[in-house]
Design a protein around this ligand. Structure first.
Ligand SMILES: Cc1cc2nc3c(=O)[nH]c(=O)nc-3n(C[C@H](O)[C@H](O)[C@H](O)COP(=O)(O)O)c2cc1C
Length: 199
């Protein structure tokens, strides 16, 4: 059975909600799933000023943990259309794994969240890809595997780059049913690809 880590960073919880559906999809395809969160780098004072809720009860991932997984799905919100500093700081701690190319050949995918519809969902993944390239990891996109990605009748996050949600500037919008179905679909498809690569 393929062993997949779902590793998230979330300030306001939207990504954690999307991750639940991703996990459902991964398990549906028979994967063994472990959930982790990425360490916060902001102070409690700043987080309070940002009205951030408490973090979920999940283990904080350490660089050394990564070698135990066959594959990874990373979820995080955009920051100015690119990778959050918290995620970057975590990957900056993986230098020892990089020197040994310990993660080379392991598949990875992404899901994401933005405040606005055109706030940078696709470019957030695109600008994170160099990290995978330098580790020799294999990026697994979602493609257009779910019909909701063709549905223009309402606002729907996500794209060929992965599942996504749109939170609104004040965080008031929650992941929609269609976004969660895309996320579950991504989990299921990713687990199948990861299982083939791990075989
Ligand atoms: C410093 C900062 C920069 C942000 N930059 C963007 C941005 O470029 N585009 C956008 O749509 N949302 C932006 N946001 C909004 C976050 O992406 C949004 O709060 C997040 O997607 C909600 O997900 P979460 O609940 O999992 O934290 C930014 C938020 C912060 C705090």
């Amino acid at each position: 059975m393929v062993n997949i880590f779902v590793i998230t960073y979330s300030t306001y919880g939207h990504i954690n909600k999307v991750a639940e559906s991703v996990v459902t999809g991964l398990k549906k395809a028979g994967a063994v799933v472990s959930r982790y969160q990425i360490a916060e780098t902001l102070s409690d004072e700043i987080l309070a000023k940002m009205h951030a809720p408490p973090k979920p009860d999940l283990p904080v991932i350490q660089a050394k943990d990564l070698v135990e997984a066959d594959a990874f799905l990373f979820g995080f919100p955009t920051r100015y259309g690119t990778t959050p500093a918290q995620v970057k700081a975590f990957f900056d701690s993986t230098g020892q794994l990089w020197t040994k190319q310990a993660l080379a050949g392991k598949p990875a995918g992404f899901f994401f969240s933005t405040a606005s519809q055109h706030g940078g969902q696709e470019v957030t993944v695109f600008s994170t890809l160099p990290i995978l390239a330098h580790h020799g990891m294999i990026y697994v996109p979602f493609g257009y595997a779910n019909a909701h990605l063709f549905d223009n009748s309402e606002v729907i996050g996500g794209s060929a780059w992965g599942a996504g949600t749109i939170a609104n500037g004040d965080g008031s919008r929650q992941p929609s049913q269609k976004e969660l179905e895309i996320a579950e679909n991504q989990g299921e498809n990713f687990a199948k690809v990861a299982a083939k690569l791990a075989a």
